[in-house]
Design a protein around this ligand. Structure first.
Ligand SMILES: [Mn+2]
Length: 330
């Protein structure tokens, strides 16, 4: 069976119904959209009578207590590959994004790709990818509609978290009218949005706050303030007692600087390996920049990993920004 087929919504749902046992996975370092979408699609498939198993390389993140970690298995706990005739992946632009879960896919596993990344390479046998959608959660909402399954309160919460986290609470330019319409439908399911939002946004540990304080004290800008960046050393985590997971969302502080067009946050994952997040405002496209390093994402939000020191990574990023956007310095 060839990969790369772009399905219509109805073709995609018809194909889903032809399979029995699904492995479900999302990308490594999973966040709200990946997980919320995954949990909602799990519920959908189960109600269609399918057997499902959620398997991921990374643990369920602590910062999302509003979502249920029940049924989340680690790749390392699942011994045998096979036993699945299909796999469905959420929020992954490429198959590589599921990390070591790939080892569980057999040559006969039919892969379903549900995503909204503009950089998606249609790695599945069936691909339902909607780059206009603000979140994969919106795409999963389509699946429920197409399958004529009413949303439970839990489904509504999962999809709400997916869309709210990927749109910065309906603030980013990627937020569509459709996202608001869907949110209205979800709210009609009586979800507690105050509690959900407090759990997502007002739940810093003191260690995390102290890490942010260190990082904010070192923000640098150039090109008349149009570019801002900061690098985090492993030592920063050690000194503050925070974790890598705590850095999720830090980039929003950089983005909140008034003059910036392009911002990036570099975190040292281990010596010689740096993870970079980019955000853009206005006409700038940071997907183009991340792609140069083998990463990707969206026009206004993207990321990549670089095998280098923080200082080398910074140099290389500036080379790429200068090449793509020399006018930033004018
Ligand atoms: Mn997403």
């Amino acid at each position: 069976m060839k990969t790369g087929k772009k399905d219509t919504l109805s073709e995609f749902c018809r194909a889903l119904k032809r399979h029995k046992r699904f492995l479900l996975a999302c990308h490594v370092a999973p966040e709200g959209d990946a997980i919320g979408s995954l949990l909602a699609v799990d519920s959908l498939l189960r109600r269609l009578g399918k057997k499902t198993l959620i398997v991921n390389e990374d643990a369920f993140p602590e910062r999302l207590p509003c979502l249920s970690a029940k049924g989340w298995h680690l790749h390392s706990e699942v011994q045998k590959p096979g036993n699945f005739d299909a796999a469905l992946l959420t929020d992954c632009p490429t198959l590589e994004r599921i990390g070591r879960v790939r080892e569980l896919l057999g040559p006969g596993t039919v892969i379903f790709n549900v995503d909204h990344h503009i950089s998606n390479n249609f790695f599945g046998h069936h691909n339902y990818v909607k780059p206009k959608a603000s979140a994969t959660g919106e795409v999963v909402f389509d699946l429920f509609k197409q399958c004529k399954l009413p949303l439970t309160r839990e489904d509504a919460k999962n999809i709400y978290v997916a869309i709210a986290t990927d749109t910065g609470s309906f603030k980013y330019g990627t937020t569509t009218a459709e996202a608001h319409k869907i949110a209205a439908v979800l709210m009609a399911k009586d979800i507690d949005i105050e509690k959900i939002n407090d759990q997502i946004y007002s739940s810093y540990s003191l260690n995390k706050m102290q890490l942010y304080s260190r990082l904010l004290g070192r923000v640098q800008t150039t090109a008349l303030g149009r570019i801002a960046w900061v690098g985090m050393h492993l030592e920063d985590l050690k000194q503050s007692g925070a974790t890598h997971e705590d850095t999720e969302g830090f980039i929003d502080f950089l983005r909140s600087l008034r003059e910036v067009s392009v911002v990036f946050f570099m975190s040292e994952m281990r010596p010689g390996e740096v993870k970079v997040s980019f955000r853009a405002k206005g006409a700038y496209d940071v997907n183009r920049i991340a792609t140069e390093f083998g990463g990707g994402g969206h026009r206004k939000a993207s990321g990549c990993s670089v095998r280098a020191t923080l200082a080398e990574t910074q140099e290389r990023i500036f080379d790429v920004i200068r090449r793509h956007y020399p006018s930033l310095w004018l």
